[in-house]
Structure formats: structure tokens, C-alpha cells
Design a protein around this ligand. Structure first.
Ligand code: NAP
Length: 252
């Protein structure tokens, strides 16, 4: 018996979660494994962290493998789908979670930071979606991780929010392009969530201020986001398609 019994069980399902070595992606991978998915825990460079997530899943009697794949590289993306299929079976769920964030006013943003965010957050998701659109079969699902900043539109988040706004429109359009295939495509847009990405470069005062943005007056936990991804991934989410779901405790 796996810990935390499932509310919407699935079986013979295989999930790819990008950026699953840390933060939100790691929580999504662990939760999906508890829901019965065999999980490809993908990462860019942190193989120790990815290995730990896989070990935790195995310790809870789940199935997982760690696969290194830089989403900026189309060949890595193709190899990721191939390796997942060879080790776990055909992909039935794709969670595009890998992402980075650099903050600066538009006037001060340097070219390299802009290009890197664009290539990981938007082009990387595009590569993954293109491969998924070619390979996924009836009943499969795609969940893209956006951000609530696409609504909050806070200063200094411009280029980051622009990459994620791109992810939201790719979500809506791919859902329509897959008409007749029985595949859903949705996005989940977290508010501030306690991960390395969130804490980097922020003072304790700023963190306190951001934590008070939500009427629930706390920061999100990675599990708050994983819960919603699991709901979409399970049978309870079958009728949700083409949507961006904001998950932020009401910080809007
Ligand atoms: P995080 O803790 O910094 O983790 C980022 C993950 O992405 C790591 O697993 C990292 O792998 C992976 N990654 C980075 N560059 C990659 C690349 N080129 N190819 C493949 N994987 C790559 O970040 P997080 O906060 O969990 O963020 C996860 C997602 O949620 C992101 O899309 C982020 O934009 C979004 N989000 C976060 C927040 C928040 O407040 N935390 C709010 C809204 C949305 P390595 O470990 O190998 O480096």
C-alpha cells in the first residue's frame, strides 16, 4: 500500500516531469508516483538531487527513473521521450515544469538573461509540446507550469512573465490543435512558492511582504501546486481542457 491513498487512481500511466530534481517539479514527481504513475524525473545538471527524488519514490514503492535532458536542446527532448518509452513505457502525461527566473526592470535587463529565460521557459516548452503533439496517444494529458505573475504583472518580472504568457497561449492553441485525439492540454499558474527559484535574491522583508499578498497570508508550498497537477492528471480532471488554472491562495 502506498502512503496517502489516492482519490482518483490511474494505472499503467507514465509521466515525464521536466525540472523534477528540485522545487515544484520534485513535489509533482513524488505526488504522481503516489498516484500510480511511473515517473521520468528529468533534470538539467543536478543528478544528485534527481537521484534523491527517484530514491524517495522507490522507497515508497513507486516507479521512477532519472533522465538528464536540457529542454533548450531539441535532440535532448527527443532522446528524453525515447528513453522514457524504453525504460517505463509510452508517455501518458507530460508536465512541463522546468523553468528559470531572472528579475530586473526592463530598462536594466541584459541580453544574456533574456535569451536564457526565453530558451528554457518558452522554446524548451515548445520543443516538449511539439514532440508530445507528434507522439502522445488518446487519453494522454499535458500540464504546463506558468506563473500567476502573468496576471499580477509586477514590476521587474517583465521578460519572465512574457515567456510564461507565451506558455499560456501555446497551451490554449495546442488544446485546439489536438481536437479529435482525446488529449487535454492545460496550464497551472502558481503564485509565490517556497523553492530555490523564489528565494534567490530576495531579502527577508521582501519575502514577508510577498507572503502577505495572498488573503491566506502565506507562501505556497510545492505540494499545493502538485495537488492541482495530480487532480488534472487523474480522472477527476478529464473535462478540464485548454485552461490556465491559477493556484496562489488568492494572490491576484
Ligand atoms: P527550482 O526550484 O529552481 O527548480 C528548477 C528546476 O528546473 C530544476 O529541477 C532544474 O534542474 C530544472 N531546469 C533548469 N534549467 C533547465 C533546463 N535548461 N532544462 C531542463 N531542466 C532545467 O524552480 P521552481 O520554483 O520549482 O520552478 C518550477 C516551475 O514553476 C518553473 O517553471 C517556474 O517558472 C514556475 N513557478 C515557480 C514559482 C515559485 O514561486 N517558485 C511561481 C510560479 C511559477 P537542475 O536541478 O538540474 O538545475
Amino acid at each position: 500500500m502506498l502512503e496517502n491513498s489516492s482519490i482518483n487512481p490511474v494505472s499503467n500511466q507514465v509521466a515525464i516531469v521536466t525540472g523534477a530534481s528540485r522545487g515544484i517539479g520534485a513535489a509533482i514527481a513524488r505526488r504522481l508516483a503516489r498516484e500510480g504513475f511511473a515517473v521520468a524525473v528529468t533534470y538539467a545538471s543536478n543528478n544528485a538531487a534527481a537521484g534523491q527524488v527517484v530514491s524517495d519514490i522507490h522507497a515508497a514503492n513507486g516507479q521512477a527513473v532519472a533522465i538528464k535532458a536540457d529542454v533548450r536542446n531539441a535532440a535532448d527532448v527527443t532522446a528524453l521521450f525515447d528513453e522514457t518509452e524504453a525504460t517505463l513505457g509510452k508517455t501518458t502525461l507530460l508536465v512541463n515544469n522546468a523553468g528559470i527566473m531572472t528579475l530586473a526592470p526592463i530598462a536594466d535587463m541584459d541580453d544574456a538573461s533574456f535569451d536564457t529565460m526565453l530558451s528554457i521557459n518558452l522554446k524548451g516548452v515548445f520543443y516538449m509540446l511539439r514532440e508530445a503533439a507528434r507522439r502522445l496517444e488518446t487519453g494522454a494529458k499535458i500540464v504546463n507550469i506558468s506563473t500567476s505573475i502573468t496576471r499580477l504583472a509586477s514590476p521587474t518580472y517583465g521578460p519572465y512573465a512574457a515567456t510564461k504568457a507565451g506558455v499560456e497561449i501555446l497551451t490554449a492553441i495546442l488544446a485546439k490543435e489536438l481536437r479529435g485525439r482525446g488529449i487535454t492540454v492545460n496550464a497551472v499558474a502558481p503564485g509565490p512558492t517556497v523553492t530555490d527559484l523564489f528565494f534567490r535574491g530576495k531579502s527577508p522583508d521582501l519575502i514577508d511582504k510577498i507572503a502577505k499578498l495572498a488573503p491566506l497570508e502565506r507562501l505556497g508550498e510545492p505540494d499545493d501546486i502538485a495537488n492541482v497537477v495530480a487532480m488534472i492528471a487523474g480522472r477527476d480532471g478529464d473535462w478540464i481542457n485548454g485552461q490556465t488554472i491559477f493556484v496562489n491562495g488568492g494572490a491576484a
